[in-house]
Design a protein. Structure first.
Lengths: 587, 376
């Protein structure tokens, strides 16, 4: 493709306040026309800042940005006519209907008369929103919202289309549709910049800018970066060890850069390719596997420092082990759990059980009912009917007693940001009934275990992301709960923080803790022992990640991913539903 | 259970206190407002332009006119008119705010004992000032009637000063007619409740925004415990600042504090109890701090307007007066004025304070119920 430079960034730096880390540091790059450029990186990498700089909404602190030859600082109004920007959220007026939103953006862009009519027709056909023109934007699903956002951004045909995390909170099916739509736009000659925290999306871009903590780590074709770790990635399996034990052993090895759980196997990145692992035991089978973009990213970041791993001990808990012997094996149980909001049934007769020491995942798109189920299980919502039990206590009968036995960690680490690390620990310990010497001892143990000592008097709000996560986890487990509830625990965090998080979770599970997790993030789902796929308020499939992957036909897909499995399950479910409806109509 | 509540209360204090912005907003504006409003929000009317249109040249009329003209503190300028058209014009153009119209038979009628009418024209657009001025004017005419008429009719009798006694009754509790004195107790009542209302209405909403409220709800804390934890810091802050304002009032503005400060403390406690209930109710309904702020605002503005701080409750239509009886600020202003200026005693205070208790009980219970319902 011989396309020319469309956007040039030269030594761009953006610093929001003098004492803060710059949001972007000395970024020099060229972005070309007629292709999709991925802006890839975890939260806080500087993706949104860069997009807003390109859109001319922010001025760089230093350096210069040119869009099609126009300087974004000095020729803003021209830049605005070339560029369309779809912000992450807030791009739509939720209290207006689909059509009203379109009219509003058409008014803003000065698209009138017959031209407006034609544009609307084209966009509604393109996005498939034709049937929903009268619906309030706030009542659309995540995927449809993004499509409407895209339509609004396309009211005039931009030269450059900036999309800020368009796939966040969108179910896999809609995500595929969005990609298809964007590819069509590129074929028509629009340059698209797509920012994302999902590493698997990087592989679909023609070109990527990989950002981390404000620094540009890589620019080029994603395949070229992935190619750099070709031959270093392996899947291993052991007959005697569980996958979790295997992973923790593997990560201690100096020549293993990274390891994650993938189904029943463990995925490793090695410094030097080999298929024999004497340190991991004799019964280890290994085979090479094609590298992924995230592997390459991990190698660029240098993997998790080994010292961090060795500090994670396997004896955080004192009480839990004794408690767990002799008690019932089922820790979490849902029986015909149903929740109705008015006439809408958000969760419809959901049943499942989670055993001690198991990681159980609820997987599903936003609005499928997984959060509602999750909230009923930890006592945040009262079920309309059915039973929810935690550690043998019925949540509706003795809510406070049941809540003592569970820990909860929300998506945005809900800590008191104006309280210091120590005060947060004191508060959460105290609320869960620890006091006096026992409280002080527990706090001390948490500080040691999570290496919080250097920040002990800092405000929780000022901690680096990784430490916030550690503190949130410490607060959630201080009282040694029987089961820990995790709500999308690592979406958007950088891969190192995510690895560390799961290593800790694995260590806790080995000590008898039970984990229940919701996620729409498929990499996270791989860590689960069992997954329940939730769709339209029902569980449409349950099983181990490998079971689910194996259950879909694999003529075209010899090695389907969880995402493939998920999409197939949804499609099967819908086919079944429509057949059922057809039968009912016929009968 | 006690341990849990204590931890929660400590946390609430820290949350309010550790944020420097919060600290500033809670401490500085209320005290500054007390000082500024006390100096600025004077209810006295001074430097008024008065018009006089007299059709009578008798001695009684002249005497009355001279009494108006010599009340320099109030009527800085006096304008004389020759006919009614000039009077109309002067009021229209706001040259004068009030005109005294003395009829042609004023002196004669007065001396002969016939009932006398004295017309006063007021600029109704300046309702409040006009009302105050009409008060001043009736004061002047009353005194005139008392002194001049009595003396003129029968010099042997001592002057009757029944009218002036009536005047004194107005100045009993504020003998210098110093309006700062009547403003401050009201401000103490309003500002104290304002602090408590803001602290409580924002507290749960803030936690909802940060996501920490869910964290509280999954903990073993019961709704009642959360209520107690949320109520205490606002109560302590409100009482502390309220008493600080009373100290400023007595030390800086030399208010007498005629009654028992302890009684005032108790009254503030009851009044804070009711506003904290309202604040928590707002907070339990609001999803964001912005909504909570609007809620607090939607309560505060009418509550202050209806409290009698700005306009006398007696001037309100009957149905609106009933609304006022639901306004906790109405009671605390009456009590604060009573204790600080009159030395109001326990029985009267109790009589005025009790309606705030049911207001607090109802709102607190509803708040507790609401955030349990929000779990549904």
């Amino acid at each position: 493709m011989a396309s020319q430079v469309l956007i040039s960034l030269s030594e761009v730096r953006k610093q929001f306040s003098a004492d803060a880390r710059p949001a972007l540091e000395c970024v020099t790059a060229n972005i070309y026309g007629e292709r999709i450029t991925g802006l890839v990186g975890p939260d806080g990498a500087g993706k949104t800042t860069l997009i807003r700089l390109i859109a001319g909404l922010l001025d760089p602190t230093r350096g210069r940005i040119k869009v099609a030859g126009y300087d974004t600082a000095r020729q803003v109004s021209t830049v605005h006519t070339i560029v369309s920007y779809m912000p992450q959220r807030f791009g739509l007026y939720e209290d207006l209907t689909v059509m009203e939103n379109l009219h509003l953006y058409a008014d803003l862009r000065g698209v009138v008369g017959k031209h407006r009519h034609e544009t609307f027709e084209r966009l509604l056909a393109f996005t498939g929103l034709g049937h929903f023109t009268g619906r309030l934007a706030g009542k659309l699903s995540g995927g449809m919202k993004q499509k409407l956002g895209l339509a609004c951004a396309l009211i005039h045909r931009p030269v450059v289309l900036l999309l800020d995390e368009p796939s966040a909170g969108v179910d896999p099916v809609s995500r595929r549709e969005l990609w298809k739509m964007v590819n069509e736009l590129v074929d028509e000659g629009t340059a698209v910049i797509w920012s994302t925290a999902y590493m698997d999306e990087a592989q679909r871009c023609d070109e990527v800018l990989l950002l981390n903590e404000g620094k540009l780590l890589y620019q080029g074709k994603p395949g070229d970066l992935t190619g750099q770790v070709e031959g270093q990635t392996f899947l291993i399996e052991a007959t005697e060890d569980s996958r979790r034990q295997l992973l923790s052993k593997a990560l201690e090895q100096p020549d293993i850069i990274d390891g994650v759980i993938q189904g029943r196997k463990v995925r490793l990145i090695l410094k030097t390719p080999t298929t024999v692992f004497p340190a991991l035991g004799t019964n280890v089978q290994a085979r090479p596997t094609p590298p992924r973009f995230e592997d390459a990213f991990m190698v660029l970041l240098g993997g998790i420092p080994k010292t961090r791993i060795s500090n994670i001990t396997s004896h955080i808990f004192q009480k839990l082990r004794e408690d767990s012997t002799g008690t019932r094996n089922i820790v979490v149980e849902a029986q015909d759990l149903t929740k109705c909001f008015g006439s809408f049934t958000a969760v419809d007769q959901v049943s499942f059980t989670v055993c001690r020491g198991e990681i159980f995942g609820l997987l599903g798109p936003n609005g499928a009912g997984k959060s509602t189920t999750f909230k009923m299980m930890c006592g945040l919502l009262r079920p309309t009917s059915g039973k929810a039990e935690v550690a043998g206590v019925d949540l509706t009968m003795a809510p406070a007693k049941a809540r003592e036995r569970l820990g909860y960690m929300a998506q945005r680490f809900s800590l008191y940001s104006d309280l210091s690390v120590h005060q947060n620990l004191e508060f959460f310990g105290g609320v869960y009934g620890l006091m006096g010497r026992r409280l002080q001892k527990t706090i001390h143990r948490m500080i040691e275990e999570f290496e919080l000592a250097p920040f002990i008097n800092s405000n929780a709000g000022d901690l680096p992301l990784g430490f916030k996560q550690r503190l949130a986890m410490a607060c959630a487990i201080m009282h040694e709960p029987q089961v820990l509830f995790l709500d999308e625990p690592t979406s958007g965090v950088d891969p190192i923080t995510r690895r560390e998080f799961w290593i800790r979770i694995n260590a806790m599970v080995n000590q008898g803790m039970t984990i229940m997790v919701t996620t729409h993030f498929l990499d996270e789902a791989e860590y689960c022992d069992r997954i329940a796929m939730v769709y339209q308020g029902r569980i449409i499939a349950t099983g181990t990640p490998d079971d689910l992957k194996r259950s879909i036909p694999s003529e075209n897909l010899p090695e389907p991913t969880l995402e493939d499995a998920f999409i197939e399950m949804i499609q099967r479910h819908e086919r079944y539903e429509s057949e059922g409806e057809g039968l009912r109509r016929d009968g | 259970m006690l341990n849990r509540i204590v931890r929660l209360i400590i946390k609430e204090f820290l949350a309010v206190w550790r944020d420097p912005h919060n600290r500033f907003v809670l401490l500085v504006p209320p005290l500054v407002q007390l000082l500024i409003f006390s100096f600025a929000a004077t209810h006295e009317v001074k430097n008024v332009q008065l018009g006089i249109y007299s059709e009578d040249h008798g001695s009684a009329a002249r005497e009355l006119i001279s009494r108006f003209a010599s009340a320099r503190r109030t009527f800085s300028h006096v304008q004389y008119f020759q006919d009614l058209d000039d009077v109309h014009r002067a009021i229209d153009t706001q040259d004068v705010i009030a005109v005294v119209h003395i009829g042609p038979t004023f002196s004669r009628d007065l001396l002969s004992g016939t009932p006398v009418a004295l017309q006063i024209l007021l600029d109704g657009r300046k309702a409040y000032a006009a009302q105050v001025i009409s008060g001043y004017m009736s004061q002047i005419t009353d005194r005139f009637v008392g002194e001049y008429v009595a003396v003129s009719i029968d010099p042997s009798k001592p002057p009757r000063d029944a009218a002036s006694i009536k005047l004194v009754s107005r100045a009993w509790f504020n003998s210098n007619l110093d309006s700062v004195w009547s403003t401050i107790p009201g401000l103490v009542g309003i500002l104290t409740n304002l602090i408590a209302l803001i602290v409580t209405s924002l507290s749960i909403a803030r936690e909802k925004e940060l996501g920490t409220f869910e964290q509280l709800l999954v903990s073993p804390l019961r709704p009642l415990e959360i209520l107690i934890g949320k109520t205490t810091p606002a109560m302590v802050l409100g009482l502390g600042e309220g008493m600080a304002m009373v100290a400023i009032a007595t030390l800086v503005f030399a208010l007498p504090c005629a009654g028992s400060p302890l009684l005032l403390f108790g009254a503030l406690f009851v009044s804070l109890f009711s506003t904290i209930g309202i604040g928590l109710l707002i907070s339990s309904l609001a999803k964001t701090q912005q909504q909570a702020f609007f809620g607090a605002f939607a309560f505060l503005v009418p509550a202050i307007l209806l409290s009698g701080f700005v306009t006398p409750v007696e001037n309100m239509p009957a149905w609106l007066r009933w609304v006022t009886y639901l306004d906790p600020i109405y009671y605390i202003i009456l009590i604060a004025k009573g204790i600080l200026l009159e030395g109001m005693r326990m029985p009267t205070v109790l009589q005025l304070a009790w309606p705030m208790v049911p207001i607090g009980v109802v709102t607190l219970t509803t708040a507790g119920w609401t955030f349990r319902q929000r779990l549904e």
